[in-house]
Design a binder for this molecule. Structure first.
Ligand code: KG4
Ligand code: ZN
Length: 335
C-alpha cells in the first residue's frame, strides 16, 4: 500500500499544534505553541484569549511544520483536524485552517475526536494491540474505554463529576500552585510523606469515578488547618492526595482488565504524564503480565501528532468531512 502522510491540526484548548505522521505511527515533524504562560496569570484558560492566539499562530505553525518535515503540501495525503470536544472558539480556528488547506489543495478532510487522539498517542510509541483497555485521564475526562479493534470505542466507566486533571488543578490552586498544577503536585508527591488522611473516593465495584468529594476534602482540610494557624505541609498534602488518586484509578483499571479479559492496557490524556500513576501501573501490570503502553511525555498533553495518528485510522475507514464541518464542544467518544 502507498504510504499515507496525514497532516494533523489540533487547537481544542490552549495548544496550537500541527504534525505530520506517516502511516499512523511514525512522527515526521510536530510543531506546538503552548499558551500556558499567557493563561497562567488568570489561573486557567480564558477562551477568548485562546482563540485569538490560535488565529495568530495557526498558519505560521502549518508552514513551519512542513518546513521541518522537508515536505510540501503535495506530499500530504489528507488533512485531519480536531472538531471536538473542546472550546468552540478554539476548535473553530483549527477547523477553518484545515478546511482551507483541504479545499485549496484538493485533499480529503478527516474529522477527528480529540479523545481518540489521546488514545492513539500510544500508537506513536508502539502499535496498539487488541483487545485493549484504555484509561483516559485528562483535564476534562476520566474514562475507562474498552476497544475490540481500531476505532471501536466502548466506554465502560467514567467520572460522575470532576475529571482527574481538573481535580489536580483545583487542589493545586488551593495551595497556591500555578495553573496547570498537575505536574507540580506530581513532583511534590515524590518529595513528601503520606501523612494527611483523605477519603478513597467511590471505592465501589463499578468502573465509575468521582473526584469532587476528594477535592472538597482537600479544600476543607486546608481551610481548617489555616484557621487553626497550622502551616500546610504542601509536599505531604500532594503525596497524600496523589496516593488516593493513584489507588482508585489503578484499582478500577485492573478490575476492568480482569473482567474484560484483556492483556493490553494503554493510558491516555494529559494526566498520563503523571509519574505516580505510571509507576504503580507498571508494577501492577508486571505482576499480572499485562502489556502496558504509555505515550511519551510530549505526546501525553495536547499535540497534533496524536490527531494525525488517529486521523490515519479514521482516513482508512473512510471518515470524511466537507466544508460544513462544525465544532462540537461536547463530542462523545462512542459516537
Ligand atoms: O489532555 P490535556 O493536555 O488537556 C485536556 O484535554 O484536558 O490534560 C491537561 C491536564 C491538566 O489538568 C494538567 O494539570 C494535567 O493534565 N497534568 C497532570 C500532569 N501533567 C499534566 N496531572 C497530574 N500529573 C501530571 N504529571
Ligand atoms: Zn487533551
Amino acid at each position: 500500500m502507498k504510504d499515507v502522510y496525514i497532516l494533523g491540526i489540533e487547537s481544542s484548548c490552549d495548544e496550537t499544534s500541527v504534525s505530520i505522521v506517516k502511516n499512523g505511527s511514525l512522527e515526521i515533524a510536530t510543531v506546538t505553541n503552548t499558551q500556558i504562560d499567557i493563561h497562567k496569570e488568570y489561573g486557567g484558560v480564558v477562551p477568548e484569549i485562546a482563540s485569538r492566539e490560535h488565529v495568530k499562530n495557526v498558519t505560521i505553525i502549518i508552514e513551519e511544520c512542513l518546513r521541518q518535515a522537508n515536505m510540501t503540501i503535495d506530499d500530504i495525503t489528507a488533512i485531519a483536524v480536531t472538531y471536538g470536544p473542546g472550546l468552540v472558539g478554539s476548535l473553530l480556528v483549527g477547523i477553518e485552517a484545515a478546511k482551507t488547506l483541504a479545499y485549496v489543495n484538493n485533499k480529503p478532510l478527516v474529522p477527528v475526536n480529540h479523545m481518540t487522539g489521546h488514545i492513539y498517542a500510544n500508537n506513536l510509541t508502539r502499535k496498539m494491540s487488541f483487545p485493549l483497555m484504555a484509561l483516559v485521564i485528562s483535564g476534562g475526562h476520566t474514562e475507562l474505554v474498552y476497544m475490540k479493534n481500531h476505532y471501536q470505542f466502548k466506554r465502560i466507566g467514567a467520572t460522575l463529576d470532576d475529571a482527574v486533571g481538573e481535580c489536580y488543578d483545583k487542589v493545586a490552586r488551593v495551595i497556591n500552585v500555578n495553573y496547570p498544577g498537575g505536574p507540580t503536585i506530581d513532583k511534590w508527591a515524590h518529595e513528601g510523606n503520606d501523612s494527611y488522611p483523605l477519603p478513597l473516593p467511590l471505592n465501589d465495584n463499578t468502573y465509575n469515578f468521582s473526584f469532587s468529594g476528594l477535592k472538597s476534602a482537600v479544600i476543607n482540610l486546608v481551610h481548617n488547618e489555616t484557621q487553626r494557624g497550622n502551616e500546610i505541609r504542601k509536599k505531604d498534602l500532594a503525596c497524600s492526595f496523589q496516593n488516593v488518586v493513584v489507588e482508585v484509578l489503578v484499582k478500577k483499571t485492573m478490575k476492568a482488565i480482569k473482567d474484560y479479559q484483556v492483556n493490553n492496557l494503554i493510558v491516555a490524556g494529559g494526566v498520563a504524564a503523571n509519574k505516580g500513576i505510571r509507576e504503580r501501573l507498571e508494577s501492577d501490570c508486571r505482576k499480572e503480565k499485562i502489556n502496558l503502553t504509555v505515550p511519551e511525555f510530549r505526546f501525553c498533553t495536547d499535540n497534533a501528532a496524536m490527531i494525525a495518528a488517529s486521523g490515519y485510522y479514521a482516513y482508512l475507514r473512510g471518515d470524511r468531512a466537507d466544508l460544513t464541518l462544525n465544532a462540537n464542544s461536547s463530542l462523545d467518544l462512542d459516537k
